[in-house]
Design a protein around this ligand. Structure first.
Ligand code: ADP
Length: 436
């Protein structure tokens, strides 16, 4: 970036110098030409007032050629050549103008383009024409003669520009470089206000990365901890059987313990795999028209036995509702919510699943008369491994990942979820799907 700024500044300086030189030459030349004609006009004025006429022998003005012509353009006198050898001048532009309008002027370029000859012609009262001419350098030759000096100035200026550009580029970049080091310092605004949106984005991404890393670290620690418990108990039971200290009755009990722990491990691993699948954004979700009511029917039927085991009644109400979504994910969502509603219910409690369409939107409600969730926990229950009552969750086969999966599925379906819960009264989840 520094190099680029440097190069750009030098190029700008170079172009500015070149352009200025060009402009100055043009302006200077214009003024110079004006001055030459003004001089010639003055000289002819003076000669006229002195009364120049045919027969005047010697009129010499330094560097100025004086010519006197008659009304037909024939040369009567010339200060530099023999008038007899000079042809008729009536077609010369300055003479044509002078004969027509009283005065005329013209510039004649030399073949080499190095010099110009300026002519000014004035008609006298007797009809004769008095002409004064002067040779002067052309704009090109002025430019060429000024070129060595110009190049020297250009070189000096370019070196100066390079030095200034170098330091300016460093000065310009310094706040940006400093910013990279101070990115973590909050509340510090950048030196350039134009950079604020970029800095905000970078800071936000930076914080997200840190947050994600922290979450991943926590998740790994939690997973390790969760896996350790059933594995320790499996190992303990196995050891007791191995040493032969357990009676036949104990062996059956220990085997049951091993199976329960192994099942727990399996559910845990399944949920972890499911979460990591939902986490990966690469996998595109297959979407179809799903009848939410039918899906809820299947889920309720599947969980009826389980509900009976917990002495809870589960029922479905409402009517057809269609959702554009992934059938398997929607099944998981329903299952997790209904399963929780049964597991965190009271004996004799109820679970009501309600499906309907309101204002073109599919609506799903899962309402239970269970233990409820205290206000302070309601925000956090969607976090991975967050449980309100750890022992109840574990004893009923919970992994602490069910609602994290639910939250993922809801966001993948662009749906909205509202939670109403009152300890001792029950819990209600209301989900609204945007796309039908
Ligand atoms: P778990 O496998 O422990 O049930 P979830 O992620 O499904 O994990 O739920 C997180 C926590 O939220 C549960 O441990 C429980 O404390 C609370 N919870 C979830 N659903 C309900 C409910 N319907 N009634 C009461 N508490 C609930």
């Amino acid at each position: 970036m520094k190099k680029k700024i440097n190069r750009m500044l030098v190029v700008i300086a170079f172009l500015a110098i070149l352009f200025t030189t060009f402009l100055i030459t043009i302006v200077y030349h214009g003024l110079y030409e004006k001055q030459v004609f003004e001089d010639l006009r003055n000289i002819t004025g003076i000669l006229k007032s002195k009364g120049i006429s045919e027969g005047t022998d010697c009129v010499t003005v330094d560097g100025v050629r004086v010519t006197l012509l008659d009304e037909q353009g024939a040369v009567l006198y010339d200060s530099e050549a023999d008038s007899n050898t000079m042809g008729n001048h009536s077609q010369r532009p300055e003479i044509v103008q002078a004969l027509r309008k009283g005065e005329g002027q013209t510039v004649r370029r030399s073949e080499t383009l190095a010099t110009n000859t300026y002519y000014y012609a004035l008609m006298l009262e007797n009809g004769q024409v008095l002409r004064a001419g002067r040779e002067a350098s052309s704009v090109l030759s002025i430019f060429v003669s000024a070129l060595p000096g110009l190049l020297l100035v250009l070189a000096v200026l370019i070196v100066m520009c390079m030095v200034i550009a170098h330091f300016q580029a460093i000065k310009l970049i310094a706040p940006i470089e400093q910013l990279a080091e101070e990115l973590d310092e909050t509340g510090k605004s950048p030196a350039y206000t134009e950079m604020e949106p970029y800095i905000d984005t970078i800071k936000r991404q930076h914080e997200e990365i840190i947050q994600n890393a922290r979450m991943r670290q926590e998740f790994t620690a939690n997973v390790t901890h969760e896996l350790k418990t059933p594995l320790t108990s499996i190992s303990g039971y196995a050891e007791l059987i191995e040493t032969g200290m357990a009676s036949e009755e104990d062996v059956t009990r220990f085997a049951h313990g091993i199976r329960t722990s192994a099942n727990r491990l399996l559910t845990l691993i399944n949920d972890i795999i499911r979460l990591s699948e939902l986490d990966s954004t690469e996998e595109k979700m297959e979407v179809e028209s799903v009848n939410l009511y039918n899906l809820a029917r299947t889920c309720v039927d599947m969980l009826t036995m389980n509900a009976e085991k917990h002495q809870v009644t589960i029922s479905l109400e409402g009517s057809e509702a269609w959702v554009q979504g992934n059938k398997q994910m929607l099944e998981e969502l329903l299952f997790n919510l209904c399963d929780n509603a049964i597991r965190y219910n009271n004996i004799g409690g109820t679970v009501l699943v309600y499906v309907n369409t309101t204002q073109e939107r599919a609506l799903l409600k899962v309402k239970d008369t269970g233990i409820g969730i205290p206000k302070e926990h309601q925000e956090r229950i969607f976090e991975r491994f967050y449980r309100v009552d750890k022992s109840r969750s574990k004893s009923t086969g919970g992994t602490g990942l069910g609602l994290a999966i639910v939250k993922h599925i809801i966001s993948k379906h662009d749906a909205e979820m509202v939670l109403h819960s009152e300890p001792g009264q029950g819990t209600e989840y209301i989900i609204t799907f945007k796309n039908r």
